[in-house]
Ligand binder design. Structure first.
Ligand SMILES: [Zn+2]
Length: 250
């Protein structure tokens, strides 16, 4: 609740009248296949949906779109947020698919970053995604930061978390509209890939360990619909930001 106090400051810096740069992050790739079951590989599914999403965003003059990978290629987890920062992206969307030891587990889940996970399941999923094959060199915290820098970093972090929650909420609504019931929830978890100072979300499209859902996930028509749901969610998020921005500029 307290976090909401920081919202207007950040909105001013990310919206405005220019294009919104979206960095799409297709999870896994190359030697890192992610989850694989029922004939579906997570790395292939995430790329297909990402490329569909790219097509939709490219057609919309309000957006500029970039991908952390556009083919079956390994990209270290730590390099993904760095790519977003280098490109000065406004929004980061990481796309994944879920797996569970319980084959009946199903549904889309949308996450935003929180260092303190709210439930055990979310922590388990964060651990799994965080432990994807990596080059192991990540360490961002610098000891030489002054107190002031730390405070500013904390503020920026809180601001983008509020927006990340809003972004996730728009995506949830959009998925619910597109698929009626499939979307389960928004959750918070400490995903390493979401360590960016911009609104960021991680979408677990569905459970490839559920045979029925795996079949659905593998269909080109479903993939197009998933991309459309993400696109509509991004559009609603941008519209809201632009509206708040234009009313605060005067
Ligand atoms: Zn994944």
């Amino acid at each position: 609740m307290v976090l909401k106090a920081f919202l207007p400051v950040f909105i001013f810096s990310i919206s405005g009248f220019s294009k919104t740069i979206v960095m799409i992050d297709p999870g896994h790739g190359g030697e890192d296949e992610g989850a694989a079951q029922n004939g579906v590989k997570e790395k292939d599914l995430t790329l297909k949906v990402s490329l569909e999403l790219k097509k939709l965003l490219q057609k919309d003059p309000k957006f500029e779109v970039l991908l952390t990978r556009d083919r079956d290629q390994f990209v270290a987890l730590a390099d993904r947020p760095v790519k977003a920062a280098k490109a000065k992206a406004d929004v980061f969307v990481s796309i994944h698919a879920n797996s569970s030891t319980v084959s009946s587990a199903k549904g889309t889940e949308i996450y935003f970053e929180n260092q303190i996970p709210t439930d055990e399941d979310s922590l388990l999923i964060a651990n799994r995604e965080n432990n994807m094959k990596d080059e192991g060199q990540t360490k961002t915290a610098s000891n030489k930061n002054s107190d002031l820098t730390n405070i500013l970093t904390d503020l920026a972090h809180n601001e983008h978390m509020v927006l990340s929650e809003q972004l996730s909420q728009h995506l949830l609504e959009s998925f619910q509209k597109e698929f009626n019931i499939k979307t389960r929830a928004i959750r918070q978890a400490p995903f390493r890939v979401l360590s960016v100072n911009i609104p960021a979300t991680l979408i677990e499209l569905g459970f490839i360990t559920n045979p029925t859902e795996a079949k659905w996930l593998a269909e080109a028509a479903s993939q197009k619909k998933m991309a459309k749901a993400i696109y509509n969610g991004l559009k609603a998020f941008k519209e809201k930001l632009d509206k708040v921005h234009s009313s605060t500029v005067k």
